[in-house]
Design a protein. Sequence first.
Length: 338
Amino acid sequence: MTYLSPLPHSPGDAPRDNRSINYLRISITDRCNLACRYCVPRQDLPFVTHEDVARYEELLTIVEAAAELGITKIRITGGEPLVRKGLFNFIRKLSDVTGIEDIAITTNGVLLEKHMDALMASGVQRLNISLDTLNPEIFRQITGKDYHANVWRGIMAAHDRGISPIKLNMVPLRGINENDIEKMARLVLSHPFHVRFIEYMPMGNSGVTMDQQMLIPEISARVEAALGKLTPMEKGKHDGPARRFSAKHALGEIGFISPVSSHFCHQCNRLRLTSTGMLRPCLLHNYETDILSVVRNGGTSEDIKSLILETIANKPLQHSLGGKVPEKVNSQMFTIGG
């Protein structure tokens, strides 16, 4: 069964709401081979020590308990998940957990071509790939590395091997890659990719300033200028928060994710597990619970499930980004998992 979360209610909140929580995003590492300016802080932060990172067997214990409460979808994130050894064996074990129906990976694509055989053997059939530009020089400016060709070869290798859907995620930033919006959108005319435009979310101390943020109303207008009128599509069973659209003569589709301009909190079906075993009910709130300590201290499955339910009960009705008094999200994106 799927657990329906009892959401907290306080004066001034909307009426109590029930949401079906069936999606767990797991960050398996805080390490990454890129340094994207909207993710990495302006000042150096220490990496998590090896001892503090959740071991694969500990993550499996948490997933088994979560699946008994109705979690059916797992997404593996980082940092960059492909930099951690043993990933594909972990994925195969995840697929054996009763109740888990869908396993996907979010990656920057740099190591994708190298690991394509292992990826296919693990059974993964859904990929999210971060790609903020089709211009190698702008790619270097955003990520700090000259890996654009590697990423594109990885995307095409996945396409040639039949992985579907392949979702390409772009975070448009004013004055940086905004002129790539139309170019990225036009990819759907020649490839069956899902090109998704995501609003920048201010977190931690990233290298992006708020005047560089672009919101979906402006972005979608530019996409329609390039592709013509967009037609809304129905959500699939394992879809996330993206609003999906088709375009005339397109092989792929367009998606818009608007956590700031039009939050989708009332539809949010996910929890997030950080690489250090902190369970978060919301990316954009600071509340989290230390579930890894329960596992390491010999907690039973019932103990773990109790903490999961406690975390769900503290899932907020909405975040405050874009509000008059926005809450400062202290954590860095790379420590939580994008």
